[in-house]
Each structure stands twice: as C-alpha cells, then as structure tokens.
Write a new protein. Sequence first.
Lengths: 188, 187
Amino acid sequence: MKRRRFLAGVSGLASTGGLALGTGAFTSVSAERNLEVRTAADDEALLSLRQLGSGERSESDGTPGTVEFSFPGDERRLSNPSLGLGTDSVYEFDRDAEETGQSATEGLLRIQNNGTQPVEVYAEQQTDSDLEIELYDVTDADKTALRDNPAVLNVGEHVDVGFRIRTTGTNLGTHDETLTIVAEATND
Amino acid sequence: MGSLAAGSAAAMGTGAFTSVSADRTLSINVAGDASALLSISKAKDTDGNVYPNAEEYVEVSENEEVSLDFTQVDDTDGASASGINRDAKTIFDNLLDITNNGTQEVVLSVESDLIASQGGYLGIYAENTQEDEDTDGTGLSTNQTTTLGVGDTAANIGIYIPKGSNFDDISGGTLTFVAEKSGGNQD
C-alpha cells in the first residue's frame, strides 16, 4: 500500500507496460534535412533524349533544354503554312528532313540510358485528336512500335528512333501532342 | 526550439533510377489532300485547268479528302447516266495528280483489292508509266509503281475497267496510295 501511493504520486505515467516511452520522449520534432537535385538538359539527363539530324523536325526548347518535334519541319511550315500530313494516312519519319544520301543520319531521336541499371524504354500518348504517335527503332526491319516491344537498354546503350504518325479520323489543322517517353528499370 | 538540421545532405546517388516518365511535345500539321506531303488532287492540264473527267468523278469531302465516284453522271447538257456499261472496256483518263511534297525521292504504288492484279477487277495507271506498261496478256498493267523525285507529280492518273469483268465483282472500296522512299527498308 505504501508502494502504490508512492508510484501514483511521482508520475501518473510510470506504470508498467505500454506507456513507458523511455528516455527519449518528445511531443513533436521538425527536422530539416538537405536534399540536392538538379535538372539537366535533355541530352545530359539520366534518360538522355538527344535530337538527331539537322534540327528541321526537332529543336531544343528552353533552359535547360527539352526536345520538341515538328511535322512537317519548321522551315517548311514557315515557307508553306498549308503543308501538312494528309488525313487517313500513316506517315513514317525515320530521319530529319535534310538527311539524304549515303551519309544520312538515321533516326530523329536518340534515347540513351545514363543511369546505372538496365531499363526498358517505350512511349505512350494521351490525346483527344485521334492522332496516334508511335516510336520505332530505325534499325528494326519490322519497325515494331516500342510500346509493343520496348527497347531494352543496358547502362550506356541507346536506341535511335523514328516516328510513326497515324492520321485516321483526324481533323485538319495544327495539333500539339504530348508524347510520354518512359524508361523503367527491368527487374533482374 | 532551435534548429535540428543535420549537416549531411541526402545527395542523389550515382545515377540509378527506377523509372522516368518524360512528357515531350510534338506539333503536327494535318492538311487537306491538296496540301499534303503526298498531295492528291484533281488532274489538271498544262494550263492549270481541271480536266472534265476529274471535275466529274473526283469528289473532295469537307475534310478535303479525295474520293472517286463513278456511280452518277450529271451532264451539263441535261443528260445523265447511272453507271458504266456492262461487258465493255471502260477507261477514265485524267482523274488525279499525285505529287511528292516530301523531302526524299519516293516510289509510288497503289494497294487495293479492287485492282485486278490484287484480286479485283480494275486497273490504275499514271500517264507517265503507260510507256513502261508491262502487260500479262489481259491488257492490265502489272507494273504499278512510279518513282517521284521531290516535287515530282504522277500526272493524269486514270482507271480502267476491262471488258469481261464479272458484273457481280464490280463494287466500291478503298485505294491505298503508298509512297516509300526509294530503296525501301534497306538501310
């Protein structure tokens, strides 16, 4: 009886079991830690996106730069604004507009894995315009879309891609589309 | 309460990433057939006038897409017709001009199950390939490709329906014009 009174007097919390928080009890903590991250231009990023060719159908926008594409290429659209892709058609662009002849650079975009693990690369698109855009490996004779057969890139490897654009059911005019390029680490 | 911030930064590792998803923009201009990279338009003569056959049989939709309609003829003199003759060879010259507005030389061909050599009943030709016509005895051209340099036109494309075509085989469908860069897929 004497003992119980003593415990109750000193601290209502000091009972055996659950509420013993030990020697580090605190009500709240707010601990600031630093995190450093830096964005890089597309061609220097972990997933490197580098335009190929002479910059007719592609350009680097902003600082740091991200790649953008234009079909037809910029200069042609300036000199002939009504020029465009025909409707209900499938167009394949495997290189830039100025790249012709034996020494032509193939591919419009080089996707390179600058990370430390192998990755699978493909592209996805959400659109309201009925335009369908696919990427394909320009060295693949079947030109299979990456989304049907993702490119597997080991560390440092790249894939050079062309664009396949389907205009089935598309309206006339200029369409600004977003293509999402995805790289996912493969599960070894 | 005083800063509890520790000194060490949680720096990014040496470059491993689990996934990256990068949104990138494309600007695409879609045009009517007359202004397309492979343009398809009513055939015109050297003075720039549309040929009568093109005027009559080539239709252009609201979406500026070309189609061919041989089902009805309304003559300006008041006469009209509702179809082609049976058991006759019928030729329609000067329907379409197809121009390569791209940046490389291409080989132009037509794919269609309406074409005799592909299981159908009709023939299709461009004026500048008639000299190279390679017939197999039926009078149908089996060489249905023509090479177009940048800016070149396959002019005065026409259609013919040979005599003896089975009446029941004659129906509408789709013609697919294919232009592939010269040298095809051999990289």
